[in-house]
Design a protein around this ligand. Structure first.
Ligand SMILES: *Cc1c(COP(=O)(O)O)cnc(C)c1O
Length: 398
């Protein structure tokens, strides 16, 4: 008889042999500028905690206070008995921060995309995606019965062609939904959301932006990409984001019209059927919004570090690609070179992971770094020096 689970080990061994398996690194303490990784103290350059809010005293204190006042868990899913006053307060605060009529919070960004996208477009509809959109968008689209279209990365002429063709489709599509990441996480480039919004309006399509890497980074006081381009909610109907990156906690969310939110919570199965956030998470998210509203210096420091780091690496001769944000890829070519650079950096005290094929093209392997407002100027200097030293040793720099 054949072993019905034999594939588990076989497939894992194949990944391991090809060096494509994930080697899990453990943090012995908080995600901080200097973190303990597998027991070694290193400078953290690959967390999404852009503003250091996961360790902000106000955010930590809010989490602890909520455990004391509301307990460790919420007891239910949101629609039954899992909506606490804390959840409603967070949604009010987020809507105010985003200058939107209403906001809705999901358990994660992934749960938001997987739960909402298949409800916004289904049979007889069309979803059009940037080819480099995040995997959670891809899965959300796969859960939909809608037809799928793709446009070349940030290519507005191509999007226009896809939209024009869609308008001629018979029978006519009921609805058309255009979806893009706001900031692309592999290259740190920004979607031309102003142009996407204009094309969407011209062709009667809804526009959905996933701003996971733009919040806390772009726009006025870190309000995100819709603020960055000064767009209105009539032009970008769904602004989606996450509390797991710059906000420093965990959770997904959308902002838009009251109609959008009413529709979304009645239809999204991830929201309806999965337990709600525990009090500590909710209170920490609200506190993170508070910090963004009252302490603008974090976003300013993030950008100052970004400018300095990117400038120094470019001058040294590194290829930082098309980055426009604190995500700075250091593109070195072959996968083996990116891995060697990452290992050498770790020895020198810098933690930055390689991103290799199949996540990026074979000849575009890179170290992806993400700057952080909690770094000191000295830390940024340390990181630059480590990159220069490792780059010369490995003959990436000459
Ligand atoms: C990280 C990320 C997500 C997932 O967000 P989580 O809240 O961590 O589940 C979704 N979309 C994009 C573009 C992301 O970068």
């Amino acid at each position: 008889m054949r072993d019905p689970t034999g594939f588990l080990r076989e497939e894992y061994e194949q990944l391991r042999t090809a060096d494509l398996d994930w080697k899990i690194r453990a943090l012995g303490g908080p995600s901080a500028p200097w973190s303990s990784i597998d027991g070694k103290r290193v400078l953290m350059l690959c967390s999404n905690n852009y503003l250091g809010l996961s360790n902000h005293p106000k955010v930590k204190a809010a989490a602890a206070a909520a455990v004391a006042s509301h307990g460790a868990g919420s007891g239910s899913v949101r629609p039954i008995a899992g909506t606490m006053d804390l959840h409603l307060e967070l949604e009010r605060r987020l809507a105010r921060f985003k200058d939107a009529e209403a906001s809705l919070v999901y358990q994660t960004g992934f749960a938001t995309n997987a739960g909402l996208i298949p409800q916004l477009a289904g049979e007889g509809d069309l979803i059009i995606s940037d080819e480099l959109n995040h995997g959670s968008i891809i899965d959300g689209v796969r859960l939909s019965k809608a037809e799928r279209g793709v446009f070349r990365h940030r290519d507005m002429a191509d999007l226009e062609v896809v939209l024009a063709k869609a308008e001629e489709h018979t029978p006519a599509y009921r609805r058309i939904l255009v979806i893009s990441d706001g900031v692309f996480s592999m290259d740190g480039d920004i979607a031309p959301l102003d142009q996407i919004a204009r094309l969407g309006a011209a062709h009667g399509a809804m526009v959905y932006v996933d701003d996971a890497h733009g919040e806390g980074v772009l726009g006025e006081g870190g309000r995100g990409i819709v603020s960055h381009f000064h767009l209105s909610r009539r032009e970008v109907q769904v602004e989606m984001g996450t509390f797991s990156k710059a906000f420093g906690v965990v959770g997904g969310h959308i902002s838009g019209s009251r109609d959008l939110v009413n529709f979304a919570y009645n239809r999204s199965r991830t929201w309806l059927l999965s337990g709600s956030h525990p009090p500590a998470v909710v209170a920490a998210c609200t506190a993170a919004i508070d910090v963004l509203e009252t302490e603008p210096e974090h976003v300013r420091r993030l950008w100052a570090h970004t400018k300095r780091f990117k400038g120094a690496l470019s001058s040294a001769g590194f290829d930082v690609g098309r980055s426009e944000t604190p995500i700075v890829p250091v593109i070195v070519g072959e996968s083996s070179r990116a891995k060697a650079l990452s290992e050498r950096l770790f020895e020198l005290g810098v933690f930055a992971l390689p991103i290799v094929y199949p996540m990026v093209a074979k000849e575009k392997a890179r170290i992806r770094t993400i700057l952080n407002a909690a770094l000191t100027d000295e830390d940024v200097g340390f990181a630059i020096a480590a990159f220069e030293k490792a780059g010369r040793e490995l003959q990436i720099l000459h």
